[in-house]
Design a protein around this ligand. Sequence first.
Ligand code: KIV
Length: 274
Amino acid sequence: MSKSVPSKSLTPPAIQARKGGQPIVCMTSYTAPVTKLIDPHVDLILVGDSLAMTVYGMTSTVGVTQEMMIAHGGAVARSASHACVVVDLPFGSYEESPAQAFRTAARVMAETGCAAVKLEGGAVMAETIHFLTGRGIPVMAHIGLTPQTVNALGGYGVRGRTEAEAAAIMADAKAVADAGAFSVVIEKTTESLARAITNAIAPPTIGIGASVACDGQILVVDDMIGLFTDFHPKFVRRYAEVAQSIEAAIRDYASDVRERRFPAAEHVFGDARP
Ligand code: KIV
């Protein structure tokens, strides 16, 4: 079912207006049940293409399709009533031209009911961000480490440690801000660069591995609840160890079935009474 008019109480302009105020709380989500748990507590939910790793067992976000983002984006948008829902545009679906980006973003918004889209890239995407925002599509930008271009970057290392790289990322930040992005994700940069960017641009910055200097923070839900355990990035604080709880529950269930302790009397249907 498509839902083309967003009815969230927090809109992209409301998020933008939070610049410099109370920190903006953001998290990823990919499914309806997790969204229902997250929604009352956060300001913005990102249906991130990190679902490549957290849901689909891929090793990077490069193979994510529009269909995957739309299926998960719809589940999340239908389940959130408070937070601003943003859906990632996948690799290859927007970089070719502003017109290609508009077609993809319009489809994603119409078929999911999300309030905005996110795309990766700085100065090189400024023309596209200007094109989209001028045509009614709110855009969250994403600079610093941009995982969709991991093959060109050569890995997932910290960005902006050299003067030249820091200057380029600052230029990216100014370009996407001037182009009309309502917020800017800064991923895995030094604290001093994140602070300088936050002070330099009008839209709020949302950090992931970019220090407390940002206007808000985002984490991948599976990382912070300890469900995705293949690796533990330095910038993630684990607030729960859900994988351990799931494993313990499955172990107990398996043992109950093998020992005929499950199903018990309360799980069994008796004969029909006349
Ligand atoms: O895909 C994602 O989850 C993201 C966040 C890490 C910002 O882009």
